[in-house]
Write a protein of this length. Structure first.
Length: 141
């Protein structure tokens, strides 16, 4: 929310542009940025988050995630490389030109995550987020 001018005195409540300062009926409270940022996943180290989540893969004998992936990515191999920190080899599995549209086509559906064996237990591996993180790291290099 952006203000074109400062709020009038006596305004019941307002937020600053970044939502850090709140004025409620004359009381001023500062929100702690640490508290707000703790709600976000891994702001400090996306690579650490990527490795931790990739290491949760149980390497199924018959991986449903591959059959669920519309692009046929070898997800267990990618997660295995990512969990050991070998991001270059994990990125090499995503080097297919068809995957350039990955961020748009699988954004809401996430078929590979739905077919993950751990989804039955309630918390599937965030495969889509890991793939996007790898693609973003590849662009940085």
């Amino acid at each position: 929310m952006q203000f074109t001018s400062l709020p009038r005195p006596g305004t019941p409540s307002f937020y600053t542009n970044f939502g850090v300062l709140i004025s409620v009926k004359g009381r001023r409270m500062a929100r702690h940025i640490e508290k707000r940022s703790s709600k976000c996943q891994s702001l400090e180290s996306p690579i650490k988050f990527l490795i931790e989540e990739a290491s949760r893969c149980i390497q199924c004998n018959e991986p449903n995630c591959i059959s669920g992936c519309p692009y046929g990515v070898s997800i267990p191999a990618m997660l295995s490389f990512a969990s050991t920190g070998d991001l270059e080899r994990a990125m090499s599995l995503l080097s297919d030109p068809r995957l350039l549209d990955l961020s748009r086509s699988c954004l809401t559906e996430r078929p590979c995550e739905k077919s993950c064996t751990l989804a039955k237990k309630g918390k599937p591996i965030p495969i889509h987020q890991i793939e996007l993180s790898l693609l973003m790291e590849d662009k940085k290099v």
